[in-house]
Ligand binder design. Structure first.
Ligand code: PEP
Ligand code: MN
Length: 337
């Protein structure tokens, strides 16, 4: 339920309504803009009579929110959420670019890639230390050593780091050492993990599950937000369809759909979506045109010998060319990197 206040509603009128709602054990979500004041009600709203709320002083309208996601809902917060990580921004008029290898493999590799992607204009370094591999016999990542190497690359370049967390065991370590915690497609519905990271205040990059609907994805964001962490960035990375030539099918429609349903920023990962390097640039450009708030792109200094996802990784030279094109497209959309 949302209660839209009259533009001239007083602080006292708002306070009274908040008191009534909280008195019933429900949570209040306040959102204030230049021309509106919205009180969002989170919880079992069936115990509130909208007619009684409607006649309270200062109230303009009371509306039921049909969607099961509340804090992630644009009706609760009309303006876009912008997430600023020490000056690297995702959302609003900025295009955030996260680039780097699928897996951190060595100090030379991660530092070299970090320097190259920074020079090309990326504003975040990505790199997997804990890898969710389909086979238990594939490279599982350098784990804590990988985190250390990411920090070295951060010291060398100043780029904030984005890396995937797979287990609740490492939450404290990630909170301490990482700038953006990635929750991968395979863990999108690991509700315990979502609840635990919801208690932190780290920005979370929430990838869409392999076959998740948009509503399921937003409900996963809601799990994080319900714990108090509203710094959620959504990432579309392709969904599983009947198609087998590409790794996944990139759902570009998810961008305008998310923009309509939610205030959260959304970025696109064309690397995992297509599964091949030649698909990355066209899909990156299309994503920016479709309104994406950013990109996540796999870049490797030696894709042929990469320990994971080499076939979809760009070389630093290819990434330079992609960034030149993406900057032009971003400008057309009124966005800056
Ligand atoms: C990744 O970003 O390295 C990754 C494993 O992605 P996803 O969870 O989208 O498969
Ligand atoms: Mn990968």
């Amino acid at each position: 339920m949302i209660i839209i206040m009259k533009p001239k509603a007083s602080e006292e009128e708002i306070r009274k309504i908040k008191e009534i709602i909280e008195g019933k054990g429900l949570e209040v979500n306040l959102s204030k803009g230049d021309t509106y004041y919205i009180i969002g009600v989170v919880g079992d709203t069936s115990i509130i009579d909208p007619k009684k709320m409607q006649v309270l002083k200062g109230v303009d309208r009371v509306m039921k929110v049909q969607e099961p996601f509340k804090k992630a809902n644009r009706r609760f917060k009309p303006e876009d959420t912008v997430i600023d990580i020490n000056g690297s921004v995702i959302g609003g008029s900025r295009l955030g670019v996260m680039a780097g290898p699928c897996s951190v493999e060595s100090e030379e590799q991660i530092v070299e890639v970090a320097k190259r992607v920074k020079a090309a204009g990326a504003n975040f370094l990505r790199g997997g230390a804990f890898k969710p591999r389909t086979s238990p016999y594939s490279f599982q990542g350098l784990e804590l050593e990988g985190l250390k190497l990411l920090k070295t690359a951060k010291q060398e370049t100043g780029l904030p780091i984005v890396t995937e967390l797979m287990s609740t065991d490492y939450i404290d370590t990630f909170v301490e050492n990482v700038d953006v915690i990635q929750i991968g497609a395979r863990n999108m519905q690991n509700f315990d993990l979502l609840k635990q990271i919801g208690k932190t205040n780290k920005p979370i990059l929430l990838k869409r599950g392999l076959s998740a609907t948009i509503e399921e994805w937003l409900m996963s964001a809601e799990y994080i937000m319900a714990g108090g962490n509203e710094n959620v960035i959504l990432c579309e990375r392709g969904v599983r369809t009947f198609e087998t030539i590409t790794r996944n099918t990139l759902d570009l429609q998810a961008i305008p759909v998310i923009k309509r349903l939610s205030h959260l920023p959304i970025i696109i990962d064309p690397s995992h979506a297509g599964g091949y390097a030649y698909l990355v640039e066209p899909m990156a450009k299309a994503a920016v045109i479709a309104g994406s708030d950013g990109l996540m792109i796999e870049v490797h200094n030696d894709p042929e010998n990469a320990l994971s996802d080499g076939q979809q990784s760009l070389t630093p030279d290819q990434f330079d060319k992609l960034m030149d094109k993406v900057k032009v497209v971003a400008n057309m959309e009124g966005k800056e990197i």
